[in-house]
Ligand binder design. Sequence first.
Ligand code: GLU
Length: 489
Amino acid sequence: MQNKIRVRFAPSPTGYLHVGGARTALYNYLYARKNHGTFVLRIEDTDQERSTEESLKMQIEDLKWLGLNWDEGPHPENLQDNGEYGPYRQSQRLSIYNEYIEKLLESGKAFYCFMSDEEHEELKNTAIQAGKPGQVNSPYRDKSLAEAKKRIASGEKAVVRFRVPDQEVIYSINDLVRGKVEFPSTMVGDFVLVRSDGMPVYNFCCVIDDALMKITHVFRAEEHLSNTLRQLMIYEAFNFEIPKFAHASLILGADKQKLSKRHGATSVGQYRELGYLPQALNNFLALLGWSSPSGEEILSIEQLTSEFSIERLNSSPAVFDETKLKWVNASHLRALNHADLWQLIEPILKIANINVPESEAWRSQALELFKSYMETLNDSVELFKPLDIQYYEISEEAKETLSWETTKVVIEQWKKLIVQKDSEFLTEEQFLNLQDQVKNDCGVKGKQLFMPIRVAVIGKPHGAELKTLVPLLKTTDLIARANIVLENM
Ligand code: GLU
C-alpha cells in the first residue's frame, strides 16, 4: 500500500508571496485534497539576514486569502506549530540539522573545510581552464576529523562541505512532469552544507525536513531542478527514501522573458489590491502549466480539486497573460450573487468615498446593470461614481450641447416634469415617457433632445445608457443636477 500522501509548500519569508509561489502552493494543495493527503506549510527561514517575521505574516495572510488551507505548519492565526512533525520553521530546527551534520562528518561523507575565498577562487579558475567548471573539490576532503575539530576548538572558522563521489556517478529522477532527468555528479564540486557562521544551507535543510516530515511528493518550480542533484546526493548519504519530484513549468511574461516585477504586478497581495477575487487567481494560476481534462477554463476550487492530476501538468513554459486573468476574474465576478458581490464592493466604494443609497433593491439593480462592465472589483469605483452627486461635473465636451438654442428649454422642461413626480425614483418606463413628453412639449428630437438630458444627468453628452442609469438616481438628485447645469448656462 502506498504511504499516505504528504506534500509541502516551503516558502522563504524574504518578501511577498509571488504568483509563482502561489501556484506551487496551489498544486500542492490540490494534490493533497484530491488524494486525501496532508498539506504541510514549512517555513524556510535559515537565511537570517533576509527572512522577516513581517514577510512570514504577509505570506500567511495571502495563503489564507487564497483559501489554500494547510493541515500542518504554523497555525494560521497564532503561528504556533500545529502538527506532529514540527517545528515547522527551519530556524527552530538547528539542533536537528546539527545532529545530521555530525552523522555525515563521522562517516566521512562531509568534512570541515578551511579553504579561504582566494584559494577557492583559484581552484575554480583551474577547473574552468581544464574545461570542468563544476568540479571544485576541496583539498580538505581527506583530512582527519579530529584534526579539524581541534582547529575549530582553537577558534578557526570552517564551512562543512559534502564530499561528492570521486568518480562520476549519474544521478537520475523520474520527474512526474519532465520524465527522466539525469544529472552527472561532476556537475558539482564538494558543496557547502553549513556556512562558517554555523547556518546550514537550503539544500541540506530541505532534504532533512522532507525526509523527517515524510514528504512523499515535492511539487515545486522548475528553478529548483538544478538543486535536485545536490539533494539526491544528500538523500543517498543518509539512505533516506527519495520523494517523487514534479517540477512545474516556468512562468514567463508576455515578452517570453521570465516573469518579474518589470512585467507589472507579480505578488498575490498586489492582485488582491487591484480587485481580483481569490477564486479567480487560483483558477488562472492553475491553468499556468496545467489544463483541465474537461477543457473548461472557468473552474471553482472544488472543480480544480476534482479534476487535478499530475498527468496534465505541462513542462513547457507558461505565459502569464493579464488579459486572460481579467477575463477569468470577470467570469467569477459575474457568477457571484448580488449580496456577496456587494459585500466585496462596499469597502472599495467606501475607501473611494462614494456614497450610494442603502436599499438592497437599489444595490441589486445597480449590480445587475454594472456587473457586465466589471472585470475587477475596483472597476466599481468608476461605474458607481456617476451615481454620487458630489462627483457630478459638467465636462468640456458638454460645452457644445449647452450652446444650442433649444438646450435650456429642454433641461428646464425635464426638471419641471421630474418635480411634478412625487416618487423617490423613476422607473425605466416613467423615464421614457417623461423623455417623450419633453420631446412633445419642446418640439425637439434626436440629439437635440438626448444630449441635453444626458448632460443634465451625467455631465457629458455621450456615454451611459440613460434608461438604465436614470432609474438608479433619486429624483431629488436629478433635480439637483439639472439645477447645476441651468446655473452654469
Ligand atoms: N524555500 C524554497 C523556495 O522558496 C523552497 C524550494 C523547495 O520547494 O524545495 O523556493
